[in-house]
Design a binder for this molecule. Structure first.
Ligand code: DGT
Ligand code: CA
Ligand code: ZN
Length: 589
């Protein structure tokens, strides 16, 4: 276990303790303190443990030290498992409702005796929750909203979960003989931020017999990651994989492949105007292909002549359209643009020249400044913008002015050392305070190369107040980039209540950038708004918000969202070369 895993486990214990009847605040605090100590350790935790260097650290008394040693040696903590078993399942489920913490959960559980989220929902509707001491109508409404959010997103998965399961399955299937083409389809191919299920299409030779298809389906349904088989046939099989995500596999003849792939790539919303276009050109597009003439009867029974297409490019060409990338197939004007040959050349990962939002051990990052810098050099990047948290962010070990100054000196030294290989920029992820002012003075901010301003507190202000707060930050001449602008956590919580039209207007007016936070649980700015921001001329950095070396790789999720938002390389701030970027920041500041 590495230190963040150990710290996380300790935090989980603290949470479970607060959910337990009659646990002491001191015990809870002991686990929280130990978690904090562990996550801000310098160096490898296993090595520190071996050398006996964990002993005597703040928060690591004999009991906590024992737990930490157990975690490092065995990969779990028995006390955690005990607590987890002893905690009623409904309490854990309630933890997933945004805005509901252990205190409220205990009150609800003890006084209303609810045993499921559905029962809690009913209790809210019966107005019982509002009448619990210190709850009230407002809290009850918030809980109902939180439950609605959960049900709306139930059974969806974050993109990387689906991607990983699909890649593993694809690698396994690739070893089979008889497969001509294989491609992921559905929302995963369109790179949606969340995915309901994995759709995959495979083709076999037109002359291959049923036994080839059956062999593929046998192999598919017997994979170790398959937890349940929900359907099995020679052309379609459905399973549930270990992460809980469902997967549909379709096997077709190779001549059928382009049409099937296109159909199952979707989206439905893209297909509606596409089918209308086909009709207006005296063609018919349905689940089975693209045909000459108007539809007669349904599906396979059609006697119309198939228009031969060897791939999707041919399908679009037959409709008089340029090829439309899967990311763009969302009915956002792509069909008109494809007809007029005005589709954008979309940004690619190889266009990125550097990283502009990264944390280090100076605040809540897992790796040192040097480690982050070396990783960037290894990735072939030209610059690294360091943005540790500001002083208000005590929970994230935020930097006061003195430590920010010291960090600046370390950056100066490293820039000398790395000259010609990497330019490190002095930045900050500076908190936007409740009133829209920033967590450092103008003088301090003006001394930095660039500033990312983010909201990390007071999530529940009214729409009016929250918007004014954000607008004030945008109007601050020292702010260059707005970080994770809506604060949403995918499948976790909706963003703060903001008038995003007003935010985009203000950013355009002040020349402030809005980031795509590439962390797969954020992907914030949302791609629909990315498109709107781009149309207003706003430069959009793709920021990994890296808290460890591995976080740098998250930029590819940001690229997917940028592409869904129609961004070209010139729309993305960190495709600029170093000099151009420094020039950009210095002229706008
Ligand atoms: P999701 O919810 O993340 O799984 O999103 P998709 O787009 O992968 O949706 P899914 O798996 O239900 O279907 C995959 C594709 O198949 C979808 O994008 C378009 C196509 N499709 C499925 N059902 C229909 C339908 O009733 N009409 C049309 N036109 N297309 C459909
Ligand atoms: Ca799907
Ligand atoms: Zn942040």
């Amino acid at each position: 276990m590495n230190k963040s895993e150990v710290a996380h486990l300790l935090e989980e214990i603290a949470t479970l303790l607060t959910l337990k009847d009659g646990s002491s605040v001191f015990e809870v605090r002991a686990y929280e303190n130990a978690a904090r100590t562990i996550s801000s350790l310098d160096g490898d935790i296993e090595q520190l443990a071996r050398e006996g260097k964990l002993k005597g650290l703040p928060g690591l008394g004999p009991t906590l030290l024992k737990r930490v040693d157990e975690a490092i040696e065995t990969g779990h903590i028995a006390f955690y498992d005990e607590l987890r078993t002893a905690t009623p399942a409904v309490k854990l489920e309630m933890m997933r409702i945004a805005g509901v913490g252990p205190k409220k959960i205990n009150a609800i559980y003890d006084q209303l005796h609810v045993n499921s989220i559905a029962e809690l929902e009913q209790a809210c509707k019966d107005d019982k929750v509002a009448h619990l001491p210190s709850f009230g109508k407002k809290t009850q409404d918030k809980i109902l909203q939180g439950i609605a959010f959960l049900t709306q997103h139930a059974n969806r998965f974050q993109y990387p979960v689906a991607e990983q399961e699909a890649a593993q399955m694809q690698a396994a299937l690739a070893t089979l003989p008889g497969i001509v083409r294989m491609q992921v389809a559905g929302s995963l191919r369109r790179k949606r931020e969340t995915v309901k299920d994995i759709d995959m299409v495979i083709s076999v030779d037109d002359n291959a017999g049923d036994d080839v298809q059956n062999a593929i389906m046998d192999f598919f349904t017997k994979q170790p990651s398959v937890q349940a088989i929900t359907g099995k046939g020679p052309t379609k099989s459905s399973v549930v994989l270990s992460s809980g995500i469902a997967m549909d596999l379709r096997v077709v003849n190779d001549s059928q492949f382009p049409y099937t792939l296109h159909h199952f790539t979707g989206s439905r919303d893209h297909h509606i105007p596409l089918r209308r276009r086909a009709q207006s050109m005296n063609m018919t597009m349905n689940d089975y292909g693209l045909f000459k003439g108007e539809a007669q009867g349904k599906g396979k029974d059609t006697e119309n002549e198939l228009i031969p297409c060897k791939d999707e490019t041919d399908i679009y060409a037959a409709l008089g359209l340029d090829y439309i990338e899967p990311e763009l197939r969302e009915d956002m004007g792509e069909i008109e643009a494809a007809a007029q040959h005005t589709l954008p050349v979309l940004v690619q990962e190889s266009d990125l020249r550097g990283v502009l939002h990264a944390h280090t051990t100076w605040s809540d990052g897992q790796n040192t400044l040097r480690e982050m810098a070396e990783a960037c050099i290894e990735h072939g990047f030209s610059y690294l913008g360091i943005t540790d948290h500001s002083k208000l962010a005590a929970y994230a070990n935020g930097l006061n002015e003195e430590r920010l100054q010291q960090q600046g000196e370390e950056i100066d030294r490293m820039n000398e050392e790395f000259a010609g290989r990497l330019r490190i920029l002095k930045g900050s992820e500076c908190d936007i305070l409740r009133d829209g002012s920033l967590d450092y003075s103008d003088e301090v901010l003006a001394g930095l190369d660039f500033v990312v301003a983010s909201i990390h507190s007071n999530f529940t202000l009214s729409r009016e107040e929250q918007t004014q707060r954000m607008l004030r930050a945008i109007a601050n001449p020292n702010v260059d980039i707005i970080g994770h602008p809506t604060g949403r956590i995918l499948l976790g919580r909706a963003g703060y209540d903001l008038d995003m039209d007003a935010v985009i207007d203000a950013a355009a007016k002040h020349g402030v950038c809005i980031e795509i936070n590439a962390h797969p649980s954020r992907l914030d700015l949302d791609w629909r708004l990315v498109r709107r921001a781009r149309d207003r001329g706003i430069k959009i950095p793709i920021n990994p918000d890296a808290h460890a070396l591995a976080g740098i790789d998250d930029m590819r999720y940001g690229i997917a969202i940028a592409r869904k938002g129609w961004l070209r390389a010139i729309d993305v701030l960190n495709t600029m070369e170093t000099n151009q970027l420094l020039e950009f920041f210095s002229t706008r500041r």
